[in-house]
Design a protein around this ligand. Structure first.
Ligand SMILES: NC(=O)c1ccc[n+]([C@@H]2O[C@H](COP(=O)([O-])OP(=O)(O)OC[C@H]3O[C@@H](n4cnc5c(N)ncnc54)[C@H](O)[C@@H]3O)[C@@H](O)[C@H]2O)c1
Length: 335
């Protein structure tokens, strides 16, 4: 059995999670971070084969990597992916692909020079079984034709990284690629995976939460489909208690999913009569499943379930939302 060597670029919150998970799955792991304290924290959690301050140093001194995880702030995603592709190293790219659609398309163009580059995109809710269950129940017609859907992701930024002040990590910085619209784009990805790319959006993108950050902290989107439901998405960085839920109402009932409580519910009556399915999955399981799929991709056993094209589609919707918010108008989602 091959023992893979995985390089994790960015040893912050999700980077350390990937280091632990790949290590638990039997891989050798190395880490990159410009901050020495982050590398020391990582070394305290897993056995590091190598520890580097940038990608150039890792490639020069380390080498022999079976794959790499890009878990740095979004500003660096595209340049790091291009460097990895040039070296022929398969990539697990954390979301979002980039800060802008233009940069994501640059990555797409650059990868044509390195045909066969393996890239798995980490919109991790794609690996959350109850959501896949909701998607198949909708498709099997359990609520009839979907007419309206609500997607809500609301979580106070100060609670995300209890070990540091929220102003000290990339989420507070527009330059580094923070903000609700980019970071909580998980739910834009899910909307697309449920219903496809919307034809038009109307969006409000603002900073209203008093967090004193230079990124957006409140996003409201109305997405319209020619042949699909009306969808509203609300994303914020100030909500307490945290809420992550999706509710889809069709001709014959409503199907609801929530992260906490971890359940799916189906209601078909006028009153509050619900049939609930409760689940016990832990959040880390979605990252473990992503890591397993990446290992499968390295070994040629699996095809990526979330691709660069999926990430580009999310950014197409994001750019349309930005244009809509700046013009105060409904905007067609571009090709
Ligand atoms: N899939 C998910 O559910 C999920 C969850 C959390 C984070 N993420 C994504 O992962 C990325 C990182 O998020 P995080 O919460 O771990 O942030 P973080 O701030 O905790 O970690 C980022 C790390 O990258 C380091 N860094 C800065 N510049 C770098 C560079 N040029 N090269 C390498 N490392 C660099 C920072 O020092 C920091 O330690 C973001 O894109 C975020 O959206 C995804």
């Amino acid at each position: 059995m091959t023992i893979h060597h995985i390089l994790v670029i960015g040893s912050g919150s999700v980077g350390k999670r990937h280091l632990r998970n790949f290590s638990d799955l039997g891989c050798r792991v190395s880490a990159i971070d410009p901050r020495k304290d982050r590398l020391e924290e990582a070394a305290g959690e897993v056995t590091l084969e190598g520890s580097f301050q940038d990608l150039g140093e890792a490639i020069w001194k380390g080498g022999g990597f079976s794959g790499a995880v890009v878990a740095s702030p979004p500003k660096f995603h595209v340049s790091q992916c291009i460097e990895l592709a040039r070296e022929g190293i398969p990539i697990l790219l954390e979301k979002p692909v980039a800060k802008t659609l233009r940069e994501a398309l640059e990555l797409n163009d650059a990868l044509t020079e390195y045909p066969g580059t393996k890239l798995l995109l980490g919109y991790s809710y794609r690996w959350w079984p109850p959501l896949n269950d909701v998607r198949s129940r909708i498709n099997s017609g359990v609520i009839g034709l979907p007419l309206h859907a609500k997607f809500v992701m609301s979580a106070h930024l100060a609670d995300w990284h209890p070990w540091e002040h929220y102003k000290d990590f990339f989420m507070a910085s527009r330059e580094l690629g923070g903000g609700a619209l980019l970071d909580e784009s998980h739910f834009i990805d899910l909307m697309i995976s449920f219903f496809g790319i919307p034809n038009e959006v109307f969006a409000v993108i603002e900073n209203i939460g008093g967090l004193d950050i230079d990124t957006d902290d409140n996003v409201d989107i109305i997405a319209s489909y020619r042949n699909g439901p009306r969808v509203t998405l609300h994303l914020d960085l100030f909500g307490r208690p945290h809420e992550k839920f999706i509710s889809v109402t069709g001709e014959t009932g409503t199907l609801g999913w929530s992260f906490e409580p971890n359940r799916i519910r189906l209601g078909r009556d006028m009153g509050q009569v619900w049939t609930d399915d409760e689940f016990t999955f832990e959040r880390n399981e979605m990252f473990i499943e992503t890591a397993k799929e990446f290992i499968g991709l390295l070994e040629g056993r699996t095809a990526p379930r979330c691709t660069l094209r999926d990430g580009i589609n999310v950014l197409r919707v994001i750019e349309a939302c930005r244009e809509s918010a700046s013009k105060g108008k409904i905007v067609t989602v571009g090709a």
